[in-house]
Design a protein around this ligand. Structure first.
Ligand SMILES: Cc1ncc(COP(=O)(O)O)c(C=O)c1O
Length: 370
C-alpha cells in the first residue's frame, strides 16, 4: 500500500462500526480491588487509547517498530537526549532549530553531556569529530532555517561505523516527503505541531524508533514519570491530520516550488534556499531522499536586514508569525525571533508556504518586493 492509503487505513481502528474513531478523555480506568487490570489502560499519564492509535499510525507510516508521542516536539527531543549516557557526546549539524541548540547547551552545562556543532554535509569533518564518546548524531533535513539537505544514508553509514546512533528531525519534510529510517537513521523526531496538525492549532511531538525495544521501554517509562504526555484530544486531532497529510503536503510543496522559482529570478534576491530548485546545490541529495521539496523555504535579500524587514512589513497575505506547516502562509525574520545568540543570517526570511492559491502568494511577494 502506498503512503496516502496507509495514512487513511492504518491502523484498523473501527470501534462499533464508527468510521471516525471515538475520543477517550477519561483520566482513569477501572481495575480490580487488588489492581487487577480490567483493560489495557490504568491512568492517563501511562496510556490512553487515542495516544496508542496515533502511535500505531505513525509507526506504520514510517515503517518503524514503534513511535512514542509527546506533548511537543521539544519534549520528544528532550526525552531522547535525556537517554544519552553521562560523559558521552552529541554531534549536531550547524544549522538547526534554535531551541534544540539551546537544549544541547543546557545539557552540556547541567549533565556534562558534551556537544559539537559542525557541517554534517562534510564527511571528513564528521569522521574527524566522531570518537568513542559520540553517542548520537542529530540533524534536521531540510534544516531550519537554511534548508540544508543532509545525505541521510551517507551520514548513517559513517555514524554507524563509529558505533554511534543517528537521529533525524524530520519536521520540515514530514513522512509524506521523506522516510529517514529507510535510509539508515535509527530514530526520527517530528514536531507534530507543524504539518501533522496542519492547522496551527495543536502542539505535539513524536519519536519514531526503527527497532529498539529497550529504548522504547526506557522512553515510555520516562514519559510516564516526567508527565510529558500528549492529551487524548490532541492525539485524536493528530491522527485525523495524518490522514490528510499526503495531499496537504503535495499542495504545500507545489506552491513552495512556484514561490521559490519566482523569488530565485527576482533581482532583489541574493539567494533562495529550497531543495528542489534546479539551482540548489542540494538538489541531487534531495532527489535521492525526498519526494518533493516540501513547503518550507528561506530567502536571503540582496539589500541585507533592512530589505528583509521591509519585505516582511509589506506582505499582505503572508502573516508575520513563527511556526510552520499550517494552511496559512507565514513569514518570519528568524534572526529577530532568535535574539542575540542567533546564527541565522540577518537578511534571511523563512517562509512557510500555505495552501492558498500560488498566484495570490506570488502576487503578494511581488508587490512586497517592489
Ligand atoms: C525543525 C524543528 N524541530 C523541532 C521544533 C520544536 O517543536 P515544538 O514547537 O513542537 O516543540 C521545531 C519548532 O519550530 C522545529 O521547527
Amino acid at each position: 500500500m502506498k503512503f496516502a492509503t496507509r495514512a487513511i487505513h492504518l491502523p484498523e481502528h473501527r470501534v462499533g462500526g464508527a468510521i471516525a474513531p471515538p475520543i477517550q478523555l477519561s483520566t482513569t480506568f477501572e481495575h480490580g480491588p487488588a489492581n487487577e487490570p480490567l483493560s489495557d489502560f490504568e491512568y492517563i499519564r501511562s496510556g490512553n487509547p487515542n495516544v496508542n492509535e496515533l502511535e500505531a499510525r505513525l509507526a506504520a507510516l514510517e515503517d518503524a517498530a514503534s513511535a512514542i508521542v509527546y506533548a511537543s516536539g521539544m519534549a520528544a527531543t528532550t526525552a531522547l537526549l535525556g537517554t544519552l549516557p553521562a560523559g558521552s557526546e552529541l554531534l549536531l549539524h550547524q544549522d538547526c532549530y534554535f531551541d534544540t541548540r539551546v537544549l544541547a547547551r543546557g545539557l552540556a552545562s547541567r549533565t556534562g553531556i558534551g556537544h559539537r556543532v559542525l557541517d554534517l554535509r562534510d564527511t571528513s569533518a564528521l569522521q574527524a569529530a566522531l570518537s568513542e564518546k559520540t553517542a548520537l548524531v542529530w540533524f534536521e533535513t531540510p534544516s531550519n532555517p537554511r534548508l540544508d539537505v543532509i545525505d541521510i544514508a551517507r551520514v548513517a553509514e559513517v555514524t554507524h561505523a563509529a558505533g554511534a546512533k543517528l537521529a533525524v528531525d524530520g519536521t520540515f519534510a514530514t513522512p509524506a516527503v521523506q522516510q529517514p529510517l529507510t535510509h539508515g537513521a535509527d530514530y526520527v523526531m517530528h514536531s507534530m505541531t507543524k504539518y501533522m496538525g496542519g492547522h496551527s492549532d495543536i502542539q505535539g511531538g513524536a519519536l519514531v524508533l526503527r527497532d529498539d525495544p529497550s529504548l522504547d521501554a526506557t522512553l515510555r517509562h520516562q514519559r510516564t514519570i516526567s508527565g510529558s504526555v500528549l492529551s487524548p484530544f490532541n492525539a485524536w486531532l493528530l491522527s485525523r491530520g495524518l490522514q490528510t497529510l499526503d495531499c496537504r503536503v503535495e499542495r504545500h510543496a507545489a506552491n513552495a516550488l512556484m514561490v521559490a522559482e519566482m523569488l530565485d529570478a527576482h533581482p532583489a534576491v541574493e539567494r533562495v534556499n529550497y531543495p528542489f530548485l534546479e539551482s540548489s546545490p542540494d538538489r541531487a541529495v534531495a532527489a535521492k531522499q525526498m519526494r518533493s521539496g516540501g513547503g518550507m523555504l528561506s530567502v536571503e535579500l540582496a539589500g541585507g536586514r533592512d530589505a528583509a524587514i521591509g519585505l516582511a512589513s509589506r506582505v499582505r497575505l503572508f502573516v508575520n508569525a513563527t511556526s510552520l506547516g499550517g494552511v496559512e502562509s507565514l513569514i518570519e525574520h528568524r534572526a529577530s525571533i532568535e535574539g542575540s545568540e542567533t546564527v541565522a543570517p540577518d537578511n534571511l526570511l523563512r517562509l512557510s508556504v500555505g495552501l492558498e492559491h500560488a498566484g495570490d502568494l506570488i502576487a503578494d511577494l511581488e508587490q512586497a518586493l517592489s
